[in-house]
Design a protein around this ligand. Structure first.
Ligand code: TYD
Length: 219
């Protein structure tokens, strides 16, 4: 069995931290882990990421934005994710196809059918076996994202969407919850309001259940 897990949620939900914690835990269980992210999970994708997150192109058209995320994904799947899974590695990715549905669909208003067919083109049947959706209230997520950017200094990109309104981010959050409800076989929604270790415990349990691992303390 392969292990392909993606992390999703609004800005500041804590997914990058949780992705790292899961990676460390899986390594301690003996897995060979590859951690990656979108956009920017391949060398070509890193260049696309620069374009997407640079201030210079803040006003790009929504369709251009969409196709750049998809181009990044196609390259990532073909050159990084598929080979790693083929080599028996556990692959954890911070954002994947669901981000496109949440941001470009629920956020920007591009039709979900269009997104579905473009995602299919990019992933070619390689869907995550588990998608962890970390759910937090929009206010909390944005506060966290802003204080993180502040700590990193003003040179750090705010991301394409951090200046958007609360309404925009509420649509994204809602989009994730609808996606999770539509794909219960692979999506687990985790409450992101607890402490790092509480949230991690929930994610670890979801992984144990999904992949039939032996839970710590059960033997
Ligand atoms: P990043 O700095 O990685 O933000 P985060 O830490 O919140 O993941 O920037 C990625 C941004 O790209 C983020 O605002 C979400 C957005 N995004 C999309 O709009 N569509 C997509 O398909 C993906 C993968 C990301």
């Amino acid at each position: 069995q392969t292990m392909f897990v993606t992390f999703e949620g609004i800005e500041g939900c804590g997914k990058s931290t949780q992705c790292r914690l899961l990676g460390q835990w899986l390594e301690a269980q003996g897995f060979d882990v590859l951690m990656s992210r979108e956009p920017g999970g391949s060398p070509l994708g890193a260049r696309i990421r620069e374009i997407l997150l640079s201030r210079e192109f803040e006003g790009m058209s929504p369709e251009c934005e969409l196709l750049l995320y998809l181009a990044d994904r196609a390259q990532h799947v073909d050159t990084v994710i598929r080979p790693a899974l083929g080599g028996g590695r556990a692959v954890l990715v911070d954002r994947f196809a669901d981000s496109t549905v949440a941001y470009q669909g629920f956020g920007r208003g591009i039709s979900l059918e269009t997104l579905d067919s473009l995602n299919r083109l990019a992933v070619k049947d390689l869907w995550p076996e588990l998608t962890v959706v970390i759910d937090v209230p929009v206010q909390l997520g944005l506060e966290r994202a802003r204080s993180r950017n502040f700590e990193l200094g003003t040179s750090h990109s705010e991301g394409r969407f951090e200046a958007e309104t609360l309404d925009f981010h509420s649509s994204i959050r809602q989009g994730y919850l609808e996606l999770a409800a539509a794909h219960p076989e692979r999506c687990s929604v985790v409450n992101g309001q607890g402490s790092e270790s509480e949230i991690f415990a929930e994610i670890r349990d979801a992984v144990i259940r999904r992949f039939g691992l032996e839970s710590p303390g059960s033997s």
